[in-house]
Design a binder for this molecule. Structure first.
Ligand code: AP5
Ligand code: MG
Ligand code: ZN
Length: 214
């Protein structure tokens, strides 16, 4: 099963991805996570990506496409994958389609999670992420049992550099102008489902399972 999670920053893509990969046993491929790992390790790719990410801009297509397609050639993707945050431009989507077609594959499902902008701001400025395992929390919506500490691994929680009010505002604008056109792109392909991301986490996941099948 080849899946794509589409939706604005803060829609809950990463949160749902954690559950989807557990149930459907596919690798989680988040281009944002790949960039953040590179930033942490101080690689040249990380340094380039950081300039764009801190401003809430998209990293240039040429860089992102290479990283994503390279990841998709790995052995663990042969029976399926879950893309989170890729593609994000029409050019990325077209390149992905060509890349998959060459391997005799296609995108099976696009899950489009939508949430109103005022909710996105509150979700992102309140998000906390585990430094060790990447688990995602929210200070009020989905708080950890102990403040600042990850429930699953005891790691320290931190706030992403791009989760400030100013950067979040720009990320939402960039989503609307550059990524939203993908909804129409996949409408034409006929493989997109629209989901209400303001629903409770477990209810949204139940909807996703209904769409993908048990
Ligand atoms: P990326 O890391 O992909 O960030 P994003 O798309 O902005 O999305 P987020 O991770 O912020 O949100 P999410 O939907 O995963 O929400 P989450 O589940 O965490 O990209 C970062 C940057 O990298 C980009 O800005 C760009 O610069 C670059 N980049 C990456 N990919 C690129 C590409 N393809 N092309 C170009 N550049 C690229 O949830 C958010 C919060 O809400 C959490 O606190 C969570 O606990 C809470 N929450 C989740 N679900 C619920 C719920 N149902 N109810 C209440 N609260 C909830
Ligand atoms: Mg995410
Ligand atoms: Zn953790």
């Amino acid at each position: 099963m080849n899946l794509i999670l589409l939706g604005p920053p803060g829609a809950g893509k990463g949160t749902q991805a954690a559950r989807i990969i557990e149930k459907f046993d596919v690798p989680h491929i988040s281009t944002g996570d790949i960039f953040r790992e590179n930033i942490k390790e101080g690689t040249p790719l990380g340094q380039k990506a950081q300039e764009y990410m801190n401003k809430g801009e998209l990293v240039p297509d040429s860089l992102v496409i290479e990283i994503a397609t390279d990841r998709l050639t790995k052995d663990d993707c042969k029976d399926g994958f879950l893309l989170d945050g890729f593609p994000r431009t029409v050019e990325q989507a077209e390149t992905l389609d060509k890349f998959l077609a060459e391997a005799g594959k296609k995108v099976d499902h696009v899950l489009d999670i939508d949430v109103a902008p005022e909710i996105l701001m509150e979700r992102l400025t309140g998000r906390r992420v585990c430094k060790s395992c990447g688990a995602t929390y929210h200070v009020t919506n989905i708080p950890p049992k102990v403040e600042g500490v990850c429930d699953s691994c005891g790691g320290q929680l931190y706030q992403r550099d791009d989760d400030t009010a100013e950067t979040v505002g720009n990320r939402i604008d960039v989503y609307n102008s550059q990524t939203k056109p993908l909804i129409e792109y996949y409408e034409k392909a006929g493989n997109i489902s629209h989901l209400d991301g303001s629903a409770r986490l477990e209810d949204l996941f139940a909807e996703i399972v209904k769409i993908l099948g048990e």
